[in-house]
Every structure is written in C-alpha cells, then in structure tokens.
Design a binder for this molecule. Structure first.
Ligand SMILES: Nc1nc2c(c(=O)[nH]1)N[C@H]1C(S)=C(S)[C@@H](COP(=O)(O)O)O[C@H]1N2
Ligand SMILES: [Mo]
Length: 412
C-alpha cells in the first residue's frame, strides 16, 4: 500500500493532462483515511473477518481482501444507497501487482493490429473525438461470492461485493475495428493492457471474445464511468465493457486490440476462467475432470440490502424489504420475496429501468406475524425466463454463483 501513497502525487497530476484533452476532471483525490476497522463477511469456511481501508487512491472505505495486487471489496450497504455504485466505492481486482501508478495520457496509444487491413495506434485524443455511446452495466467478477462455496475452493474469498454498476461512456469497439478494417478469415479479438506479470514466466493478462461478439455494437471502449473519468484502479484511462458478461473480459488500461484468425490458446482463455459445460456451471464437489468452456454470460442474481446479516429492528407487523437485482445477460423481469423458505413468494415492485444490463432496485412490504428471527429470500427472473435456483452451484474455480441468497433479520 505504501507505494500507492507515494504515487498519489503523480495520480493527481494526471488530472491536468485530462483537462487538456477535454475529458473533464473528476474528483481524483483519495478520500481521507477513515482509519482501519474490521468487518465480518460471515463466510462459512474459515476466517471471515477483513480489515477495511480507505488508503487506496481515489477510493473510499473498502474491504481489504488483498493489498498487492489490490483486491478491494465493496461493502454491502453501498448497494442499498442506489443502483449505481459510486466510483470511490467500486470494487477493484487485478491479477498482477505490476500496475502503472501514473498514466502518460498524451503518449497513450491503443494499438489495433493483427488480421486487419490498416494497423492503428489510436491516441486518446482521437478516441475522444469518435461517436460516443452510453450504457449502464454491471461489472461482476466471475468469482463474486466465492467465499460462500462449500466445500471451499481456492481463490479470493469474496462475499457479494466483487460487483458494481456504472454508467459507462465510450466508443463502440465495432467502430474502431471498422477503422482498421477486419480482414476476411478473422474469428476473434484479443485484448491486452498496461499491467505486467511480476515474474518473467507469468502469463500476461489478455482476454478475447469472438469477432461477432466484438462487432455487436454493445461492446465498448469506455473512458467515462458514472460521469467522471474512471479511477486508475478501475482501468484509467480506458477499459473494455462487455455488457452481460463477467468482468474477466472487461480489460482495464486497454492498450492492445489484436484481431486473430485462429482461436486464442493463451493461458487466460485456454486454462484459466473455465467453467464446467453443465447447467449453472455445476458439478459434484470434488469433481476435477469435466468438459469445460470459457466463462461467459452472467446469470440473474438478487440481494436484500436493507440490513446487514442478523441486524435487529424493533418489531412492526409490516417489514420493508428491498434490495437490488440484476438479470445477467438480460433485463430483470421480476423479483419475488419469500419469508417461509420458499414455500410462498410475493412479487416485489421494481424501481426505474436503467437498461437491461443495469442493477434494478426492488421493494416490497412483507407482513410478519410476530417478533422473532426471520430468514428472507429474494429470487430474480430475467427477461429470458431464467430464474435463480434454490440450490448453490459448485465448481473448482468458485465461479458463477447465482442461487437464491438468504438474509436474516431479528425483530424484537
Ligand atoms: N488489465 C487488466 N484488466 C482486468 C484485470 C486485470 O488483472 N488486468 N482483471 C479482470 C477481472 S478478473 C476483474 S473481476 C475486473 C475487475 O474490474 P474492477 O477492478 O474495475 O472492478 O477487471 C478485469 N480486467
Ligand atoms: Mo474477476
């Protein structure tokens, strides 16, 4: 963390460069340190207490999962405050610790190369002059909620806060590919970034998607997040947005776009981030050999956010129950609440529709007959008709949790 403090001054200076480029200047100063607290993530399989920190640049109070490379989780109460996750509370995840701590925005270029007619090196100023699109979309780590997998699996032990929702502004990837002219025979597009492996043999973080997906008009190269330039730790100056897909594909500090005429056999596509090719990416715990595919579309999820687990309120016959839902790769069609472990369900009302890839607020009033402890469940169905299952999935990567989640409250 020390190197981050040291580099703060440099970070501030990039604000000036951005103003010159006409990108506007967001709040770049890190929030004042709040001191270190502890939160209990209530994970079933081991130590679940984590420090909180506000000493990362441009970040407010976050749950510290790991310092180098930074893994910062968003506290659940943030999601109760609105469907858009503030930039300074937005989760952070990097694979390699060698992340640039300052960016030369004048010298920055995005290469477009490989199976194209005209290889390009696009300066940021040029990208900012291209036609813009705006889209709200949830960025969720493939391993969000991994800490709830039973039996436990290796990897970051996140609770539910490895996700966030933002309004992204940028340029269609299709537009940029058309400028370069994709040659016949191209099948995929691979994305690379400024961060580097810390060991010489470590595989550089690159991800790829099919050419058709890359050209769908939704995948974008974003430079603005919730109306501000994005925090360095979330990918400044530009990152890929792949709406409806897990954020492993949302390459940050994007500086390389390579059009491929062969499948991507790199480590991060061929070996890592693979899921069982089964419904809900589910296999019996312990299973190792199964047909697998690269992780891809997200599934519907929902969380009651009105209280922290086991919070106590004084009893009243009407309990307000609210939270957020996401449809995954489709919109939210319906959210239902159960107070009797799934025997009966009551439809919640939905908040404003910010687009199908966005979080959507839900609220309802549940009648509770008496004081006591209640376990409440929320269940989302997306516009493709997919409903959250009651039973958790399991796979060795701890990927793609999507089951109905429980939230306990005490009324006294
Ligand atoms: N350049 C780069 N981009 C990256 C990664 C990375 O390690 N390097 N990690 C990916 C993964 S796995 C996740 S979960 C998201 C996290 O995005 P965030 O830090 O903005 O929340 O970034 C993605 N993009
Ligand atoms: Mo991730």
């Amino acid at each position: 963390m020390d190197d981050f403090d040291v580099e703060l001054a440099k970070l501030r200076s990039r604000r000036r460069f951005l103003a010159e480029l006409g990108m506007g200047s967001g709040a770049l100063l890190a929030a004042p340190a709040l001191g270190q607290g502890l939160v209990d993530l209530a994970l079933p399989g081991g130590p679940s207490s984590r420090p909180t920190t506000s000493s990362f640049p441009e970040k407010g109070e976050m749950i510290l999962q790991r310092a180098r490379p930074p893994l910062l989780e968003t506290p659940m109460e943030v999601f109760d405050q609105g469907v858009f996750t503030p930039n300074d509370r937005f989760f952070v995840r990097w694979h390699w610790a060698d992340i640039p701590t300052s960016i030369d925005v004048q010298g920055y270029r995005i290469a477009v190369r490989g199976h194209v007619n005209r290889p390009l090196a696009i300066p940021l100023a040029e990208l900012l002059r291209m036609p813009r699109v705006e889209l709200a979309a949830v960025n969720q780590c493939s391993g969000n909620s991994r800490g709830l997998f039973q039996p436990c699996v290796a990897g970051a032990q996140w609770r539910h806060g490895a996700m966030g929702n933002a309004k992204w502004v940028g340029v269609r990837l299709r537009h940029v590919l058309d400028l370069a002219g994709v040659k016949p025979g191209a099948i995929a597009v691979r994305f690379g970034a400024l961060d580097q492996p810390v060991v010489p043999t470590g595989p550089d973080f690159t991800k790829s998607i099919s050419l058709d997906h890359a050209r769908d008009g939704e995948v974008m190269i974003a430079f603005e997040m919730n109306g501000e330039q994005m925090p360095l730790l979330n990918g400044f100056p530009v990152r890929l947005i792949v709406p409806g897909w897990y954020s492993t594909y949302w390459v940050k500090m994007l500086n390389d776009i390579e059009v491929l005429d062969r499948p991507d056999d790199g480590y991060w596509m061929a070996k890592a981030y693979k899921i069982p090719d089964t419904p809900h990416a589910n296999v019996a715990p312990g299973t190792k050999d199964f047909p697998s595919v690269p992780i891809n579309r997200m599934v519907p999820r929902s969380w009651i956010t009105g209280w922290s687990d086991e919070q106590t309120f004084s009893y009243a016959p009407e309990l307000p129950v609210g939270g957020i839902a996401m449809g995954g790769d489709a919109g939210v069609a319906r959210v239902e609440i159960s107070g009797d472990l799934g025997r009966t369900w009551h439809e919640a009302s939905l908040g404003s529709d910010e687009g199908r890839y966005s979080f959507r607020r839900f609220d309802m009033t549940l009648r509770v007959p008496h004081a006591g402890r209640y376990t409440l469940l929320s269940r989302c169905t997306n516009t493709n008709g997919l409903t959250q299952p009651m039973t958790p999935n399991w796979n060795p990567g701890g990927f793609m949790r999507g089951c109905v989640e429980a939230s306990r409250v005490r009324l006294t």
